[in-house]
Ligand binder design. Structure first.
Ligand code: G6P
Length: 612
């Protein structure tokens, strides 16, 4: 949530920062702004709306500079507007700051500052923080770095901040707690960003800044200190993403590109781990913890959004294969209800970004109480990956579309591997079933490629139903979370109200909504629940609902009842969600596009939710 970019070096800073902001727009697009330092001092430009609007606003203006900071905002404190946009300036106009996170005690700090005569131009917590730093600088007669350190000791909340100072034009100062910050190390230049995507074009050498660290960055020097002013050695890592991975590559939208990347991303997530011919499964990241996992009293999966849906499917998979009780929790709820958790429990945190604040806080709480933490995330070096005792990365590559697609199927593949590995360790699976599921996973990416051929058919179905006011998504068993995910995708992208429900539970409420105007999407592939789902379809048809059914190829029964049928390849029910979710993604995508919406940047949403 909120993207930050900064540059210091010999090149023109503004084009680098602007391009970086476009790459980070998935983190929020309520407003954008930049602050530049050149011979004529500090200049701040900001504009409500997307980065393109800031770019238009700056066309023809003098933006020459070798030092710049930029911000794309997802509003927390204060409505989206020019004046609430970042960067925010200090009272004397000499300092400018960008911020990702929330200063929770900003109201108390603001009262103190108002009494001292500070005047605020925005409603944001960020402006309070920069005034607070300025106040300390003036009253303590100290430098910016010292003032920042004192200020941060009083701050409650999460932040990444980057400051420029007109009086020190060759230095940027940054600090982090709870929100992500990556520093790209070039030759005589440094790049700062919320993730590596604005940096990868220029350098692959990066430093992931840790919580409570302050970075003092000059063109040719990077100093890291902890909050007690002790020098830390920057740990330089090499990125393994390519520029092509963060560009659209000929597709109209990132979302469509990412949907179509799934055969590859699922394959990549399984590669090197699964060898169906030899009948082996290796998960290096959990090897040392495999025995502990097999003895777990309980597994608790914590996640948010689409990752939570992946967790729900994993619950069915792990309970079935490992016979270990699994609970799936919304990270935000788990954290704040004083959960009963401790030694013997295993937490699996599932997250695409690896930065979701609620998931992080939930993990921290469980870790403190003695639970073992496994991370399943997509972004290498992310906070969740670093906080975990062990884990397995999904190798979906950068996901830019705000609505998650390829990360979800990669999560399903990896969670399935974890279930199989633990079952093997525990001895709760027969060799025959183990081998069968390895074979099923081994062929799943080819079946995804076959499923993607349904794109045109799904577009036609999308056109038929795009004007519906509501949608209902129903499924049972492994396909129930797929129904939830289908409904979420539609809401996110097309702004049509949609509900996902267990198909049988539908009788306890949603059936009241059914009439000839209500499209009902059934995820009804051939599994142990199939006959029951057929009955549920009949219940909907009896009330004149329109049925769109996702079925297994060759199904003879449901096509005779449904209004529209989408046939996906046959697969074992444990892995079938990886296929049955693809039509859900495509349906939402096409309805969103047909309605004329920006599917990559749906309103009010952001991809990386770094506020609780
Ligand atoms: C946001 C995104 C979703 C994502 C969720 C959890 O709501 O828009 O696509 O599923 O956050 O994010 P995570 O990065 O933890 O998977």
């Amino acid at each position: 949530m909120c993207g930050i970019v900064a540059y210091i070096g010999q090149r023109e800073a503004y084009p680098i920062v602007l391009k970086g902001l476009k790459r980070l727009e998935y983190r929020g697009y309520d407003s954008a702004g930049v602050a530049l330092l050149n011979g004529s001092g500090l200049k701040v430009f900001k504009k409500k709306g997307k980065v393109a609007e800031l770019e238009d606003h700056l066309t023809g203006k003098d933006v020459r500079s070798h030092v710049a900071i930029g911000h794309t905002r997802w509003a927390t404190h204060g409505e989206p507007s020019d004046r609430n946009s970042h960067p925010h300036a200090s009272g004397n106009g000499k300092l400018a700051m960008i911020h990702n996170g929330i200063i929770e005690n900003y109201s108390q700090l603001k009262q103190e500052l108002l009494k001292k005569g500070h005047v605020f131009k925005s409603d944001t917590d960020t402006e309070v923080l920069i005034h607070f730093i300025e106040e300390i600088q003036q009253s303590n007669q100290c430098g910016l770095e010292e003032a920042l350190r004192i200020a941060l000791k009083r701050v409650v909340g999460a932040y990444v901040i980057v400051l420029v100072d007109e009086d020190n034009p060759d230095t940027l100062i940054a600090a982090r707690k709870g929100s992500p910050l990556v520093i790209g190390v070039g030759k005589g230049e440094h790049f700062l960003a919320s993730d590596a995507s604005p940096i990868v074009e220029y350098t692959k050498e990066v430093v992931f800044v840790n919580d409570y660290e302050i970075a003092i960055i000059k063109a040719d020097e990077l100093i890291l200190k902890n909050i007690s002013n002790e020098r830390q050695t920057p740990y330089i890592q090499k990125l393994d993403i390519e520029l092509a991975a963060i560009e659209k590559g000929g597709y109209d939208h990132f979302m469509l590109k990412e949907i179509f990347e799934q055969p590859q991303t699922i394959f990549d997530s399984l590669r090197g781990r699964l060898d169906a011919k030899k009948g082996t499964l290796t998960l290096g990241g959990i090897r040392e913890h495999a025995a502990l996992l097999a003895q777990a009293k309980r597994i608790i999966i914590v996640a948010c959004g689409t990752s939570w849906h992946a967790g729900l499917i994993a619950e069915y998979v792990i309970e079935e294969l490992c016979r270990i009780p699994v609970e799936v929790e919304y990270a935000s709820e788990f954290r704040y209800r004083n959960p009963v958790v401790g030694e013997g429990d295993v937490i699996i945190a599932v997250s695409q970004s690896g930065e979701t604040a609620d998931t992080l806080v939930a993990m921290e709480a469980a870790k403190e109480k003695g639970a073992i933490i496994l991370g399943v995330c997509n972004v290498v070096g992310s906070s969740i990956a670093r906080l975990s005792h062990a884990g397995a990365y999904t190798h979906a590559g950068p996901e830019i579309g705000v609505a998650s697609t390829k990360a979800f199927t990669a999560q399903l593949a990896v969670l399935c591997l974890i279930g199989l590995r633990v079952a093997q360790e525990k001895g709760s699976i027969t060799q025959q079933r183990f081998q069968h599921l390895l074979d099923e996973l081994d062929t799943i990416s080819e079946k995804v490629a076959v499923t993607l051929k349904l794109n045109d058919q799904i577009k036609t179905i999308a056109d038929k139903y795009k004007d519906a006011r509501d949608f209902l998504y129903l499924g049972r068993g492994y396909n129930f979370p797929v129904a939830l995910e289908g409904a979420l995708k539609l809401k996110e992208i097309s702004y049509i109200h949609a509900e996902g429900y267990p198909a049988a539970e539908m009788k306890h409420g949603p059936i009241a909504l059914v009439d000839e105007n209500l499209p009902v999407v059934f995820v009804a592939t051939h599994d142990s629940y199939y006959e029951k789902v057929v009955s549920n379809i009949q219940e909907i048809k009896a009330r004149k609902g329109k049925v769109i059914a996702v079925v297994t190829e060759g199904d003879q029964t449901i096509p005779a009842m449904a209004d529209d049928v989408i046939e996906v390849p046959a697969a074992d029910e444990l892995v079938a969600p990886i296929l049955s979710v693809i039509p859900m993604q495509l349906l939402a995508y096409h309805i969103g596009v047909l309605k004329g919406f920006d599917v990559d940047k749906p309103r009010n949403l952001a991809k990386s939710v770094t506020v609780e």
